[in-house]
Design a protein around this ligand. Structure first.
Ligand code: HEM
Length: 403
């Protein structure tokens, strides 16, 4: 296993014990003992912000996420309260907007990201999975991040957005670069700029010929009301929000199930156990380990603690998802755990738009992988590299023995 890189100076909410990769955040659990809300000292991205609070109890995290009128998604509140903007280049989108801007855009996008569209993506998910598994079919070992976890969600997002087949290779290559934290920062920044430029070209082309993807559908129905920047922001946001997270979840789930044959059998036993097992993987692994920032709009209280207007509130979903008050044996993976909703997809008006798609990918990839490679296991000498400094907790490499 590669030694973890230095991340001791990372903000508290981002720090993990690399020796316990499947535990969301042991040091954060210690924070929770202080009572669920703690003032923390950490570098904040914008100067002039008030104090910063870390919220860790399930009920409190849910209450903050569920109250957008008191807790804004905008880091620095403009005069007069909540807001958010989309830049002319198409940066910033739903997660950075408050109502009413958020309400309008969310309504437009969610109408097109419907259950029907997700169901229609099933053949694409199955084909992407079959292609990925066929590519490693003759091998004795493979890096499951590079071959399975990373490419499948990228192909699926290309299909979702309506990226034409001729651009798919380039789109997926750029998506892979965006995820590779081993590359120099400059290379990744250039890649981000090129991806934004590509999205603008795509939107321009789709205005002439919308095709069948989500961006084309938005143009067909709302093309006159939606600016290019909004469309670029939507495409870019769906890629950012949907690729790293799903890749991280698939990679971590494969790693976890490779090392736990008995649990694997329980999870893959039938459709019902797969559905429950995936919810438990979502809770237990909580790949979105970033603490969601909110800004208090008014003076308010959380769990009896006074929060001043302008204070930053970080909601720690990994810790909330391991809250002992909420889940019996929270730190244990229980594949048949009684349905107890988790916060892995957030809560409230910013609840994950892609949750049904992420679930569909899990329901497809996990059984297909273990059916194709029933004897697969972790190589004790394996190169398993955890990602640091990213929003989603995942792996940069997972070498496994396939037979
Ligand atoms: C929002 C998690 C996959 C699109 C969110 C939020 C969470 C989350 C926790 C709430 C953020 C907040 O409250 O500020 C995840 C996880 C995923 C996943 C764990 C996979 C395992 C996807 C996919 C897509 C997607 C596949 C689309 C292709 C979005 C969008 C939002 C969002 C658009 C913003 C919604 C809004 O602000 O109204 N996601 N997500 N996500 N997610 Fe996901």
């Amino acid at each position: 296993m590669t030694a973890p890189d230095a991340h001791a100076d990372a903000p508290l909410a981002m720090r993990r014990d690399p020796r316990q990769p499947l535990c969301p955040a042991p040091d954060l659990l210690a924070v929770d003992a202080a009572g669920g809300i703690t003032e923390i000292s950490m570098p904040v991205p914008t100067p002039g912000a008030g104090r910063t609070w870390l919220v860790t109890r399930y009920d409190d995290v849910r209450a903050v996420l569920g109250n957008p009128m008191s807790f804004s998604n905008v880091l620095r509140l403009p005069e007069g309260g909540p807001g958010g903007t989309i830049s002319p280049t198409g940066q910033g989108s739903l997660p950075g907007l408050d109502p009413p801007l958020h309400t309008r855009l969310r309504r437009l996008v969610s109408a097109e990201f419907s259950a029907r569209r997700v169901a229609a993506l099933r053949p694409a998910v199955e084909a992407a999975t079959a292609d990925a598994l066929a590519a490693i079919g003759g091998q004795d070992r493979a890096d499951l991040v590079a071959t399975v976890a990373q490419p499948i969600p990228a192909v699926v997002i290309a299909e979702l957005l309506g990226v034409p087949p001729t651009d798919r290779g380039e789109f997926c290559r750029r998506s892979a670069v965006a995820l590779d934290t081993r590359l120099p920062a400059l290379t990744r920044a250039d890649n981000r700029a090129e991806m934004l430029a590509y999205m603008l070209r795509l939107v321009t082309e789709l205005r002439d010929d919308p095709g069948t993807g989500l961006l084309g559908a938005l143009i067909t129905r709302h093309g006159a009301d939606m600016s290019d920047a909004e469309l670029v922001a939507t495409g870019n946001m769906l890629l950012l929000a949907g690729h790293e997270t799903t890749a991280g979840l698939i990679a971590q789930s494969l790693l976890f199930l490779l090392g736990q044959p008995a649990l694997r059998e329980q999870v893959l036993h039938d459709e019902q156990s797969l559905t429950r097992g995936v919810e438990e993987l979502l809770r237990y692994l909580t790949v979105f380990h970033f603490s969601f920032p909110r800004t208090a709009v008014f003076r308010t209280t959380i769990a009896g603690t006074v929060i001043e207007a302008g204070d930053r509130v970080l909601c720690s979903i990994p810790v909330a998802n391991w809250d002992q008050r909420r889940y019996h044996d929270a730190g244990q993976f229980r594949p048949l755990r009684e349905a107890a909703p988790h916060l892995a997809f957030g809560h409230g008006i910013h609840y994950c738009l892609g949750a049904p798609l992420a679930r569909l990918e899990m329901y497809t990839v996990l059984p297909a992988f273990f059916a194709a490679f029933p004897a697969a296991g972790i190589d004790p000498q394996a190169d398993i590299r955890y990602r640091h400094g990213s929003l989603a907790f995942g792996l940069d490499a997972l070498e496994a023995l396939l037979r």
